[in-house]
Design a protein around this ligand. Structure first.
Ligand SMILES: [Zn+2]
Length: 368
């Protein structure tokens, strides 16, 4: 059902531009991806096996000739046959094009991130915990302690960063993880309208307390550009968390904080429309998708260990034990949620789908 909607959307696009300048096939595909917006294009066909995708491509070609959608399917087929390294190189080459096709890059990144077989190979041996209580948390991982600048790190990730495993919580030493604000997430991490949203937005009222998610030391507590009043905390496991658009500070730079300690009061300072918390999690300056390890619906961690895998431009993050479920005939989101002891809210959140949307046979859903 969803796939049909997708095809229809792409064909509409094609027809409406038929009279205009003739774009090249690659450009055409990119525009179609942009037009489709937040839905995950590759998700729509990853449920099909290679032969099914080829059959679909052949029938599309037979009935409609070369079109945006057949070009897209060709692109998809060429991606599935590439190694991860080739895909990373492909992303690099896209970044060098005149008009960088961010949406397409995002799609390929998601495609890469949904290849669980490759992640299993990448699971690192060592778990980084860090020295709890040291004056400069995770000092061995960073060049120097720079106060006041939210993101001063410009180094390129090295070979030692290829695959990392980070302990997120340990009740005795690291403290119990806390969500920064218990409220509704209003904007996700990722590309939006050709720009990267490096964190998530969480709704709040002005003066609502915002807490540090883990213990650590405050590296930044000042006004900084579009962030407005912003607090950055370095944690002992090497992660840094950023809390932006605050109305008031409740800590100063150099302060030690506990998990759950109030670092500021929410507001809409800086570049912000309406009061909300802009929350980022970074490792070595590279933004991570908080949804890989936090459920904002359940106000809890998804897993006690975070796995990081280096990409050309940063990291993809995922919880240990990621599990993909392939939808079978007759399945419902409710039943899948029950099967894996989770909720339909969480499944919708993990997969970027609507709770009451259609599932299709062969669709791959992340369940953990
Ligand atoms: Zn934001």
């Amino acid at each position: 059902m969803r796939l049909l909607t997708l095809i229809a959307a792409l064909f509409c696009f094609n027809f409406s531009f038929a009279g205009g300048a003739e774009p090249g096939p690659k450009r055409d595909t990119v525009d179609a991806v942009v037009m489709y917006g937040e839905e995950l294009l590759f998700d729509a066909v990853t449920g099909l096996n290679d032969n099914q995708v080829r059959d679909l491509r052949d029938s599309v070609l037979k009935f409609h000739g070369v079109s945006t959608f057949s070009n897209y399917l060709d692109l998809y087929i060429s991606l599935t046959s590439k190694t991860e390294e080739e895909l990373v190189n492909y992303i690099d080459s896209l970044f060098e094009t005149e008009e960088v096709p961010y949406a397409l890059i995002n799609q390929i990144n998601i495609f890469l991130a949904n290849r669980p077989e490759e992640f299993i190979v990448a699971i690192p041996k060592d778990l980084f915990i860090g020295k709890i209580g040291s004056p400069i948390p995770a000092e061995e991982m960073y060049p120097k302690w720079i106060v006041g600048n939210p993101n001063p790190y410009e180094w390129n990730l090295g070979a030692e960063d290829t695959a990392l495993s980070i302990l997120l919580t340990d009740h005795k030493d690291l403290g119990e993880f806390q969500v920064p604000v218990k409220n509704v997430m209003t904007s996700k991490f990722g590309w939006r309208d050709g720009r990267m949203h490096n964190g998530v937005d969480i709704d709040l009222e002005v003066w609502d307390p915002v807490v540090s998610v883990l213990p650590g030391v405050v590296r930044v507590a000042r006004v900084s550009g579009g962030y407005g009043r912003v607090v950055v905390v370095r944690h002992y496991n090497g992660l840094e968390t950023l809390y932006a658009h605050l109305h008031r500070f409740k800590v100063k730079e150099g302060d030690k904080v506990d998990a759950g300690q109030v670092v500021g009061l929410g507001g809409s300072s800086g570049h912000s429309t309406g009061s909300h918390l802009h929350f980022e999690i970074r490792f070595k300056g590279k933004p991570l998708n908080p949804l890989s390890f936090i459920s904002f619906d359940e106000n809890s961690l998804v897993n006690d260990t975070l796995m990081l895998k280096r990409t050309k431009n940063g990291y993809v993050s995922y919880p240990k034990g990621i599990l993909i479920y392939t939808v079978k005939r007759g399945d419902s989101l409710f039943e899948i949620a029950r099967l894996y002891g989770t909720t339909t809210y969480r499944l919708a959140e993990l997969n970027g789908i609507r709770r009451n949307g259609y599932l299709y046979v062969g669709q791959r859903l992340r369940v953990i």
